[in-house]
Write a protein that binds this ligand. Structure first.
Ligand code: FAD
Length: 384
């Protein structure tokens, strides 16, 4: 099943990850600590700037290079969630920012000097219905004054800049609900304590996610990305890349569980023989292999379309759905094969099991993907 794409990147990432074994991730997971050393190592090796054009200091590679990086991190037993957004959040500035914004920020993002890995969209009352966000930026001369609340904003404490989606015109005053929203670049170094409060949320995984409270936060108008009122469309633009990259992480997780599950099934002897000699143990592993392989093909397909600048919304969504379900099935079977040891921290199975479950909910939940496929691929009526 091993991909042939970007073998040199895969090997280099695998070598780097070998310096950060299960023990490292386990320790951080226990105390919910950010993997600073790992993120620094990836930054120094240039793996977080693969998508940034060379003129801004990145390597200017296609999306496939980024999928290779994230898949290998996850296959090694690590987790790219601490920094995956550093790879793609800059896409909003790259595609829609002014020449001045690109020149000001992208070289720093490429070198890692600037962390641009917080992405503020979700709100507690709006949920997935993004057009109902109520965080509002009121224009006041050359500033926007922001009030409202966001939830599940990951890495906010580890970011210098945040891409923030706000309303600039109330929903009732726009023709289409998706109009009247704007993207602001918030400088976290100035904002925190000056109108922005960040409150960490402890979750079942080590993901550095937070709640944000805006209380008259002042943001210079020059930090508006693109045109006022077009923000929702800019955010949508970035979602295909995000979904494909998250799907690649799931493929990496799936391979991790298959590697570990197969090794344990060969090694563990019960009733005088390896448990892997029993078809009752083999078949779930074989099924997981089939599912991960099929999902990987869909990730490749979506990546190829994305790289060719072709429409790929449905494929990106399908890749994410298939990959997140395949990794979860593989996780469940791997845990089962490990018997009681699957529950022991030191095997890393229970941690990865918890971690891979996220991807059926975030960045987009399975039902919302099914709804996209139903209406876009099958032409069924919209239900909301
Ligand atoms: C660890 C973590 C990190 C996150 N990081 C970020 C981040 O950095 N930035 C950010 O902006 N967001 C982030 N999120 C938010 C994430 O994108 C949302 O949680 C996710 O999109 C689901 O939205 P929700 O939680 O509001 O669920 P809801 O929209 O409340 O939905 C709840 C459930 O109902 C289902 N549902 C809702 N409407 C329908 C319908 N019409 N038909 C069928 N089913 C429906 C959904 O599929 C879901 O299963 C993160 C979330 C988590 C848990």
């Amino acid at each position: 099943m091993d991909h042939v794409s970007h073998p040199e990147i895969r090997e280099a990432v695998a070598r780097l990850c070998a310096r950060f074994p299960g023990e490292y991730w386990r320790g951080l997971d226990r105390d919910r600590i950010y993997p600073t050393e790992f993120v620094n190592a990836l930054t120094e090796a240039g793996f977080l700037s693969v998508l940034i054009p060379e003129e801004y200091g990145g390597s200017g590679l296609g999306l496939g290079a980024a999928t290779a990086v994230l898949e290998e991190i996850h296959r090694s037993g690590g987790n790219g969630g601490a920094c995956h957004a550093q790879i793609y959040t800059m896409g909003c500035v790259l595609r829609h920012g002014s020449a001045e914004q690109k020149a000001r920020y992208l070289p720093g993002v490429a070198s890692g000097e600037i962390r641009l890995q917080a992405f503020g969209v979700t709100e507690p009352t709006a949920g997935t219905d993004t057009t109902r966000i109520s965080t509002f930026a009121r224009r006041d001369g050359d500033r926007y004054i922001v009030n409202g609340q966001k939830i599940w904003i990951s890495r906010a404490e580890h970011s210098d800049l945040m891409v923030l989606l706000v309303r600039t015109t109330p929903r009732e005053e726009v023709k289409r609900a998706s109009d009247g929203m704007s993207v602001l670049l918030v400088d976290m170094r100035e904002a925190v304590g000056n109108g922005l409060t960040v409150r960490p949320i402890r979750t079942m995984i080590n993901h550095a996610t937070t709640e944000l409270f805006f209380d008259d936060l002042s943001v210079p108008v020059e930090n508006l990305v693109g045109e006022e009122g077009r923000g929702f469309h800019y955010i949508l633009d970035g979602m295909n890349a995000e979904r494909i990259l998250i799907a690649a992480e799931c493929i990496g997780d799936g391979k991790f569980f298959l590697d570990r599950g197969s090794a344990y099934a060969k090694d563990r002897k019960v009733f005088g023989r390896a448990i892997g000699e029993n078809q009752g143990v083999q078949f779930p592993l074989a099924r997981a292999y089939v599912q991960v392989s099929a999902a990987a093909l869909m990730v490749d397909r979506a990546t190829a379309l994305f790289e060719a600048d072709q429409p790929c919304g449905t494929e990106a969504n399908m890749a994410k759905l298939l990959a997140s379900e395949a990794s979860w099935y593989a996780a469940d079977q791997c845990l089962q094969i490990h018997g009681g040891f699957g529950f022991a921290e030191e095997y890393d199975i229970e941690r990865k099991f918890r971690e891979t479950r996220l991807y059926q909910v975030a960045p987009i939940s399975t039902n919302l993907i099914l709804s996209h496929v139903a209406t876009h691929a099958l032409g069924l009526p919209k239900s909301f």
